[in-house]
Ligand binder design. Sequence first.
Ligand code: NAP
Length: 245
Amino acid sequence: MTAIITGASQGIGECIAKRLAKDGYNVAINCYPSDGDKEKAEKVAEECRAMGVEAEVFAADVSRYDQCEAMVKAIKERFGVIDALVNNAGITKDGLLARMSEEQYDAVIAVNQKSIFNMMKPVCSIMMKQKHGAIVNMASVAGLYGNPGQFNYSASKAAIIGMTMSAAKEFGARNIRVNAVAPGLIKTPMTDALTDEQKDKIFGQIALKRFGEVSEIASTVSFLLSEEASYITGQTIEISGGLAM
Ligand code: NAP
């Protein structure tokens, strides 16, 4: 079994890559083509190989179709098969709409939204020939409910939910499942920096009264890619501790 994880040099993507390696997948670890990212991604690959699977780093800017197409071709040549794809890479360039620049808007749409097209087109063409495959796209609660200061990010994440449903309908007959996850507030250095007072205010809106862990995103992704989820497609699973109900 082979899985591709985009933006896997750190954060949620890193955790998903390690979880899928633990599940027994050979992992193709995508990172942005900079020296720093490649170095971090190599460390993730090493940790995956220590779990007894094959792991290799493939650098490509997911906002560029030509780079994605070439990367997918290289991954197919290296591993022979592509069973799973996790479209995780994403960025924020927050700001209130009144002050948001066109560059801020376009950059977030290119990385978060167009990357889904850039990756799914070449990968689905391979999965259609294989007559099997599973894909998980990384949405966000911002795409479900909106978020002030994240007009661009919310647009990109809402689009991912629509793309997930369209692709699920297009590829279902070929035994390819396409789902999305929509994380809420996840424990990262950014959330660690909040004061207790700020945290209490946020926890007031979360039923479970805590932030999520990256491992809790990875476990849901692992489930959705697995045969345990064989009758689930076109769905967006919210992982937010009960943020909005
Ligand atoms: P992160 O730590 O910033 O990781 C994102 C990864 O994507 C980084 O490795 C980043 O590389 C990579 N990336 C960015 N642009 C790229 C490009 N053009 N090509 C290839 N790789 C690129 O963020 P995270 O918190 O783990 O988030 C992962 C995903 O979850 C994102 O889609 C995000 O929107 C989503 N999400 C996160 C949260 C949360 O609370 N953290 C909540 C909801 C949804 P660089 O380091 O070079 O930028």
